[in-house]
Write a protein that binds this ligand. Sequence first.
Ligand code: SIN
Length: 489
Amino acid sequence: MSMTLTDPTLLRADLHIDGQWLAPAGRPRFAVTDPATGAVVADVVKGNADDARAAIAAADAALPAWRARPAKERSQILRRWHDLIMANLEDLAQLLTAEQGKPIAEARGEIAYGAAFYDWFADEARRIYGDVIPSYAADRRLFAIRQPIGVCAAITPWNFPMAMIPRKAAPALAAGCTMVLKPASATPLSALALAELGARAGLPAGVFNVVPGGAAEVGDVLATHPTVRKLTFTGSTEVGRTLMARASATIKKVSLELGGNAPVIVFDDADLDAAIAGTIATKFRNMGQTCVCANRIYVQAGIHDRFVAALAAAVAAMKVGNGVDDGVNQGPLIDMAAVEKCEAHVSDALAKGARIVTGGARHALGGSYFAPTVLADATEDMLIAAEETFGPVAPVFKFATEAEAVERANATEYGLAAYFFTTDAARIWRVGEALEYGIIGINTGATSYEGAPFGGWKESGIGREGGRTGIEEFLETKYLCMAGIAPLA
Ligand code: SIN
C-alpha cells in the first residue's frame, strides 16, 4: 500500500458491531483494491447474515437510550463527529482516493460535503417540532408529536462513500434512530473510518454499526428483518426495485436514491463559457460516475457547433491519471465493467450515426482508465440516450425549439437531475417548471448542498435526503388525543 496515513488507526478492516471491532476466527476476507494501480489497499472481513442479525440486535438494544438522550446531546455528538472528520480530512482523502479512484481534490471536497451533513443535522436534531391541533370538542386537547422510527438500515454506494453515508446516518441519528450500514464492497474503508471517528465523537455502542459483505447475505437481512423499521438505499433503480419488494413484506418505510438519465439543455441565448463549465462539472465529476451526471446534452442549433468545439477542447485538455498525482482531474473508473459499459455505449452510438469529437476509447494508461469523450450527432435510438453511462462520455444532441427540448428531456422513466443554460428570465421559469426532475441546475452543473433536498421523481426514487425534509424520513408521527378535560368550574 503506497498511502501513508498520519493516523494509521483510521484504516479499519473489521466489522463494527456494538462498539466492537470484530474479526471472527476463520472468517473470509475480501480485497479492497486501488482502481489506479490494482494494488490491494486492505483485506476486509466479509460479514455474513449472522453478523447482520447481530448488528440489528445491537442497534435495537442501543435504541431506547439513544432516543431518550436530549436532542441537545445527540446534536453535540454529531457536531464532534463533523469536527473529527474535518480534522482528519487529509487521511480520509487518501483513503477515499485509494479505494475509489477519484482525484484527491475531489476526495477532499467530498469529505467536507459529507461532514457538512453532520453539522446540518446536528442543528436539525433540536428542531423536531410537533403540532398542537385545534380541538373538535370542548373537553379534548389534540397533539401530534414526532418520534424516531426505530432501527434503520442503510445500503450505500461506492461512488461517494464519504458523503452518502453521512447523508443517511446524520439525519437518522439526529432523529434518535440507530443504524446498521452495509457499505459497497468496493469502498468499505471510508465507512469503517467514519465509524471509528463516530466512536471517538462519543457515539454509544450499537448506535452506528457497519457490516461490509455481500448483497445476498447482509443486504437481504437488512431489507427483510422485522426489527428494521426503515431502509435507506442509494444505488441503481434495478437494485432499488428489488430492495423495495423485499422490504414490503414487513412494510418498512423506504427511501431510495436511484439512477438518473440527466439532460443538460443549452439554449442559443446561453452564456457559452458558463454552459461549458457547467456541463464539464456535471458530466465529468468523479469521471462521470454520479447519479446526477449529465447523460444527454441537448444543444440548440444556433450555438451547437461552437458548443461542441469548445466542449471538445476542454475535454481533450483534461489530465488523466492516478488521482493522487498533481493536476489529475480524471482518475480510473471503478472497475473493468464500467469501462466495458462506456465502450458499449460508444460503439452502439457510432453504429447509429454518432461521431467522435474527442476520446472514444480506453485510455493509453490501460487498466480501468477511459479517455474523456465527446460524441456529436447523438440520437434517441442510441443506448446512450436511454441508459445511464456512468462514465466520462458526453453525447451531444441537436434541437430546434424550447418545447422540443423539454419534451425530449422528459422522455425517460428517470427524474433525478436536469440542467439548463439560458439568460432568458421567462424561460428559466417555464423550463424550470416543465422539467420532471427532483433537482434542477439553472446555469450551473453543481447543485449539491447539505441544506437542500436531494432526490428524484419517477423511477429515480422515493424520499428526499438533506435539507429540512431529510430528517422527516426517519420520524414517525404520533397523534395524541386527550379527553375528559373539564371546563373551569
Ligand atoms: C450521487 O450521485 O450519488 C450523489 C451526488 C451528490 O450528492 O452530489
